[in-house]
Design a binder for this molecule. Structure first.
Ligand code: ADP
Length: 486
């Protein structure tokens, strides 16, 4: 099948979270299954930087052309370690900005304009390159215009006669909500505006959910949660209506990037058979944070965006208790100012026990996964979560709240299920629940046989993309059959 992925993030060219990792990896797994896959992303400043660092010179894919008033250029390279073509849409005014999700220079959130321009440019390039896919796979609200345009454009571009659309929801908390007056940016017929209207505004995720031929969410539990009032962020009635076209598929791990046996960013490579070598990564991590590298006390690693979703605010009220009980923390994250301030505060006032780095640093994320004893994710909601998959793969048992994809991927140790446990789980989104579970994990850590068994069982889990890529395959085939396309 010819498959095109459209995404606002693709690792290693631009990433703020799991979305980038997924779209950097899934297409490679699909190509290995024999599909003809392309990936499309904006040519951000970050992408130029990543290409420079890797010595990549993209080629011009077609003559520049206009989308409305805007001139766009299309460049082409491949996803690293693959032959999967990656196309960039270049339009400096919109994508050459300090951050991936920067506002316009005059301060307005012009995401709807940027990503509409992007989708329209992708359609234009596919037309010019004679390269229309059979599966147009759009990721998150940024790309939701793709299914909308395929369904509602009049006249519909004939090159897309054989194309069906798939919308994957990676995070429903972000929906792309803009004032009514910005509707024309989408380039859709005015008659379809009611399909995109939502609560006095326009909502791109809503429009995408209405228009897509099929919708996927990034784990089975999350796919269910978003159909409920608690997890639907207001879109649950619509998702319930479309529940027969909604399917949850858990994300996988890119084995070339997140693999302790080959990871070039960690001090010493290891696998389940040589787990002892993980100690060297522990020492290196602790040394780099100014903590005592030979102190055997329990080290908990944390990496993530500092947002309400991730639940890190649940940690700080009990951090003193935990430190008092001998738990140490190495934390990497950036986001909400209040949480960044907490990290600064404890790094200063609990030196040797808490070390926090505020920022986005990929190599440190790898070193924490490899060097910590356990990995904490107290998320309030978690569509899939990749960090717990990475920590499973690195023999660093995850301590997670049992929600969304975390519930689908981590089996908590409860004192009786030693043969199947891969980590530690708790239910309540409260500081005491978090504290008690970290202390429970710390107790288990004192029993090296038990701990090694839990870590090895986690490492033995198969979260390679092959299985999930096969499930996407099944979804694609089913929707094409349903639409009477071969
Ligand atoms: P989400 O997509 O909600 O952010 P995931 O767990 O699915 O959460 O994916 C997070 C990805 O982003 C992981 O690859 C993680 O290592 C990375 N990441 C998050 N915050 C940082 C950071 N501050 N520095 C480096 N990598 C980060």
């Amino acid at each position: 099948m010819r498959i095109a992925h459209l995404s606002a993030e693709v690792t290693p060219f631009a990433k703020t979270g799991g979305l980038g990792d997924v779209v950097g990896a899934l297409p490679k797994a699909q190509a290995e299954l024999g599909h003809d896959v392309t990936v499309w992303m904006p040519l951000y400043r970050q992408a130029w930087k990543a290409m420079r660092q890797r010595g990549i010179e993209p080629e011009v894919a077609c003559e520049p052309f206009r989308v409305g008033q805007q001139q766009v250029g299309i460049l082409r390279t491949v996803l690293p370690d693959s032959n999967v073509p990656l196309f960039f849409v270049g339009a400096d005014e919109f994508f050459n900005r300090p951050n991936i999700y920067s506002n316009a220079p005059y301060g307005e959130d012009d995401g709807i304009i940027r990503y509409s321009l992007f989708v329209r440019a992708v359609f234009g390039a596919m037309h010019r390159l004679w390269n229309a896919p059979q599966i147009m796979h759009a990721h998150d609200w940024h790309m939701a215009l793709a299914p909308m345009a395929l369904r509602w454009d009049t006249p519909r571009d004939w090159v897309f006669n054989d194309t069906v659309s798939v919308l994957t929801i990676h995070n429903l908390a972000y929906q792309g909500i803009y004032p009514h007056r910005m509707f024309p940016a989408l380039g859709l017929p005015p008659s379809v505006q009611p399909q995109v209207d939502w609560d006095g505004a326009i909502n791109l995720m809503k429009g995408g959910i209405v228009a897509a031929d099929v919708i996927t969410a990034v784990s089975p539990t999350f796919a269910h949660e978003i159909t409920t009032p608690d997890g639907g962020f207001g879109l649950d009635p619509l998702l319930r209506m479309r529940s027969s076209d909604l399917m949850g598929i858990v994300n996988g791990i890119d084995p070339l990037i997140w693999n302790p046996a080959h990871d070039r960013q960690i001090a010493r490579n290891y696998d389940a058979q040589t787990l002892g070598a993980k100690l060297e990564n522990r020492r290196a991590l602790l040394r780099s944070t100014g903590m005592d590298p030979d102190d055997p006390s329990f080290v908990v690693g944390i990496v993530g965006r500092l947002t309400h979703q991730k639940g890190f605010d649940l940690l700080f009220p009990v951090l003193g208790d935990l430190i008092g009980s001998g738990v140490r923390f190495v934390m990497l994250g950036s986001g909400e100012r209040e949480l960044e301030n907490r990290m600064h505060y404890y790094s200063h006032h609990a030196q040797g026990k808490f070390w926090g780095y505020v920022g986005f640093q990929d190599d440190l994320a790898h070193r924490i996964e490899a060097g910590a004893d356990a990995f904490l994710m107290p998320s309030r909601f978690e569509p899939c979560g990749l960090n717990q998959l990475y920590s499973l793969a690195y023999g660093t048992p995850p301590i997670v709240r049992r929600v969304g994809g975390l519930a689908d991927t981590v089996i908590g140790y409860d004192g009786r299920n030693r043969d199947e446990a891969t980590g530690f789980t708790f239910e309540a989104a409260t500081p005491p629940a978090l504290r008690d579970t970290v202390l429970w994990a710390q107790r288990c850590y004192q029993d090296p046989m038990l701990w090694t068994q839990i870590a090895r069982d986690g490492m033995a889990q198969d979260y390679s993309w092959r299985h999930s890529a096969q499930l996407y395959d099944d979804v694609y085939r089913a929707v094409r059959r349903h639409k009477g396309l071969a």
